[in-house]
Design a protein around this ligand. Sequence first.
Ligand SMILES: NC(=O)C1=CN([C@@H]2O[C@H](COP(=O)(O)OP(=O)(O)OC[C@H]3O[C@@H](n4cnc5c(N)ncnc54)[C@H](O)[C@@H]3O)[C@@H](O)[C@H]2O)C=CC1
Ligand SMILES: O=C(CO)COP(=O)(O)O
Length: 373
Amino acid sequence: MSGASFNRLSALSHTLQKQFTSKRVSVGVIGSGNWGTAIAKICGENAEAHPELFHPQVHMWMYEENVEHLGETRKLTEIFNSTHENIKYLKGVQCPSNVYANPDIRDVGARSDVLIWVLPHQFVVRVCDQLKGHLKKDAVAISCIKGVSVSADRVRLFSDIIQERTGMYCGVLSGANIASEVAKEKFCETTIGYDPDNSVNPLYTPNTIRSVFNRPYFRVQVVKDVPGVALGGALKNIVAVAAGIIDGLELGDNTKSAIMRIGLAEMQKFGAMFFDCDRLTMSEESCGIADLITTCLGGRNRKCAVAFVKTGKPMHVLENELLNGQKLQGAATAKEVHEFLEHQNKVDEFPLFKAVYNIVFKNLPPNKLLEAI
Ligand SMILES: NC(=O)C1=CN([C@@H]2O[C@H](COP(=O)(O)OP(=O)(O)OC[C@H]3O[C@@H](n4cnc5c(N)ncnc54)[C@H](O)[C@@H]3O)[C@@H](O)[C@H]2O)C=CC1
Ligand SMILES: O=C(CO)COP(=O)(O)O
């Protein structure tokens, strides 16, 4: 078992419940895209189910935009707060009425004890800067962001960036969780990386954090290996692009399985080489192997990579054409990881990552993928 696993501990202890009676935890969500809205739905359901633990309302920061609705142009927040449906990013899913779409990011930050970050990784740094000075002193953060950030010669996890820029301790949630399926309450598992030894607030135990997210259809496992959880979610997006290339070339399931196996090995090698991750986190937990499988079968990165092979259009064009405002992470992550590996003089030790980068950004023909690995 990877790291220390907490989820087999019993549900919240009596003592903890008593602590919460005096102070109910306010949960806030930063982001309201496809996954952001699904996560807010889960948190809203738990706030309703555990009124002794949680503040009844969950504020979800919604990046304001105008959308066409029933023949009128209206603000997305107004539509969400009257219909409880995010008609742009999670159409057809009803959220509980205690989830409130708040366009004021600082207000969401200021009222939250547990602040969940679920936005495309491109926007994280700007959002951190907007929130600085507008957060509760003892708040903790959980990042559901899948990606890494590269600056100069460093590769960094978004949980570390959030922690450094805001001062909040930041754990990570990541798993085999295609948002549209989770939102329809189809059973899945997820992993939270949370290290209570490093959290500044002893009130927020692993069980507290688990109870924010755990639902009968969304089973949470908590481990201590925070970098392992974060890297699994980021790196599998590169492998999903490779899987989409294989599907675009119509090479079949055996070939795709080979890509997934090689991809998993590169993910584990990267984690061990640069972050001291536990290899087992990626091979045994939802955030590793299971997320890799689901994303290579049904994710957006795979879908756009299939179209990339079939149409020859660049990935950013396909992102705009196929995803209705949702964002791709795989191509950007392939580029960022490549830049980092170049700095480290290690590109050739990760042939699958290298091949994806060369195909997406350097015009290597997709049918050269297998030769390259
Ligand atoms: N969608 C999925 O199935 C899953 C996604 N994730 C991860 O969750 C994270 C968030 O993804 P999604 O919620 O799916 O987002 P998304 O792909 O639906 O992106 C759209 C979101 O970006 C926001 N946005 C657009 N321009 C912005 C700006 N300038 N500043 C701030 N926000 C802006 C939009 O308002 C919207 O909330 C990503 O790291 C993704 O990899 C993780 C698990 C599942
Ligand atoms: O991370 C995901 C599922 O766990 C979603 O992956 P995509 O961004 O490729 O859709």
